[in-house]
Design a protein. Structure first.
Length: 210
């Protein structure tokens, strides 16, 4: 009887190991698939923006990740990237004077590995929703604590931590698919730019020195 119990316990232990291993493999496969999708999306967007794809016939918005580490400050932006696709963007698809997710699908999320200064205001390290309020001549950029929300259906102005007025720039060439870029600026500044259609919305981030 003892041998039978020992054998049963051994088989049970092996079954647990197989189940755990299968679960880990499933999670690993899922993560690999997500990485492949993001890479495929990025390749498609770059080809559209470079003009290699003349007819952007993908009707939806692709999910993208833009990240960079500059002087030990890591910035990561997660967002949906809609296409122009012969539509009137500003004032029509994206209304003026209305809170916008600054992308598509769900609220754009921006994450800082360190405390930063934006427009003279300090923002602690962490993850935030990045909204904008487009205007005809100037925009407001907004950092909000609730980054996990669909579009602006759950937007709460009481959760805003920082608002800053910015003046958009006009691009020389159109950006067909909405794109964020992160680059090194002067005097320890980091430049973040949202570009879409013929506009770019720039703002500067400065890491807080410890």
């Amino acid at each position: 009887m003892k041998k039978q119990n020992d054998l049963f316990q051994l088989l049970l232990a092996l079954l647990c190991v197989i189940t755990i291993t299968a679960g880990c493999k499933s999670k690993s496969d899922s993560k690999d698939n997500q990485v492949k999708i993001v890479r495929r999306n990025e390749e498609y967007v770059q080809r559209v923006n470079n003009g290699d794809i003349k007819d952007d016939d993908y009707e939806g918005s692709v999910y993208r990740v833009t990240s960079a580490t500059i002087d030990s400050l890591r910035i990561k932006i997660l967002y949906g990237s809609p296409g122009v696709r012969k539509r009137v963007i500003w004032g029509r698809l994206v209304p003026y004077d209305t809170v916008w997710v600054s992308g598509a699908l769900k609220a754009t999320a921006i994450e800082f590995s360190k405390d930063v200064i934006i427009g003279g205001e300090k923002l602690k390290s962490g993850k935030y929703a990045f909204f904008t309020i487009p205007g005809r001549n100037s925009w407001k950029i907004v950092f909000n604590t609730d980054y996990h929300q669909h579009n602006t259906s759950d937007y709460d102005i009481k959760k805003d931590l920082l608002r800053l007025d910015v003046v958009p720039d006009t691009l020389l060439h159109p950006t067909q698919r909405l794109t964020y870029s992160i680059t090194q600026g002067a005097e320890n500044d980091v430049n973040i730019i949202l570009a879409w259609e013929m506009l770019s919305i720039p703002f500067k981030v400065k890491p807080v020195r410890s």
